[in-house]
Design a protein around this ligand. Structure first.
Ligand code: SF4
Ligand code: SF4
Length: 225
């Protein structure tokens, strides 16, 4: 296979520099070997860049002004090098959770104080963590077939997805308590029983009653119409 010096075959597109092209087969070429630069071999440039970023953050954290929780909650913190520190001194300081924050479960009550749940088993069926246990029993109320004799949620297994709330056909379970599940020392203590779930509304100062009309029918039953 012969070849000749590359004068007339300069590549028209970016790529390795072609030194020579075979006269027998133009696809066979001699290309220049690209050697990595000293910076590439020693990682000096990358190290310098990384150190620069680290030092910039170090100086900002040392001399910058931390945004106050009030500024963060109200969205009034000015942006800029001096105001980009968003560290929160949790748990002394807390940011305001969004309106739809999914917190600890609570069970809602009927007007007569009984639990709204009719043990339809929609929520344990949809729960991806399999952490809801319901044992139904016959209800005393002639208009309601069943009620939960046992209703438990294992908050340690719960993945806080909110599907149980979405699945409930009668607004019996909510996650709008605005608080986290309490830390526990034993696994068993993380299980919220029916009584504990019913007591959450009082603990967080929210009404345990649904806005839905009991026995309401039609598309607007949640609005009480
Ligand atoms: S929030 Fe999700 S994981 Fe937790 S109990 Fe409800 S369905 Fe199950
Ligand atoms: S979906 Fe609602 S009514 Fe049905 S079992 Fe769960 S909490 Fe009770």
């Amino acid at each position: 296979m012969g070849s000749h010096a590359h004068d007339d075959h300069e590549p028209t597109t970016a790529g390795p520099k072609v030194l020579a092209v075979s006269t027998v087969s133009p696809k066979v070429r001699t290309i220049a070997v690209v050697r990595p630069s000293a910076d590439d071999v020693t990682y000096l440039a990358a190290t310098k860049t990384g150190l620069g970023i680290t030092l910039k953050h170090f100086a900002k954290n040392l001399f910058g002004f931390r945004r106050t929780v009030k500024q963060l909650n109200e969205g009034t913190a000015p942006h800029g090098l001096q105001n980009d520190i968003e560290t929160i001194q949790y748990p002394e300081e807390k940011v305001v959770y969004p309106e739809r924050f999914r917190g600890l479960h609570r069970l809602m009550q009927r007007d007569d104080g009984n639990v709204r749940c009719v043990a339809c088993m929609c929520c344990p069926t949809v729960c991806p963590a399999n952490c809801i246990t319901i044992v139904p029993e016959q209800s005393d109320d002639k208009g309601i077939e069943k009620r939960p004799a046992i209703f438990e949620i294992d908050e340690l297994r719960c993945v806080v997805c909110g599907l149980c709330v979405e699945a409930c056909p009668c607004d019996a379970i909510r996650m709008d308590s605005g608080v986290h599940a309490k830390p526990v020392e034993e696994r068993g203590a993380a299980i919220m029983t029916k009584d504990k779930l019913l007591a959450v509304s009082k603990d967080v100062g929210k009404s345990p009653l649904s806005i839905a009309t009991q026995g309401g029918v039609g598309a607007n039953w949640r609005d009480g119409k």
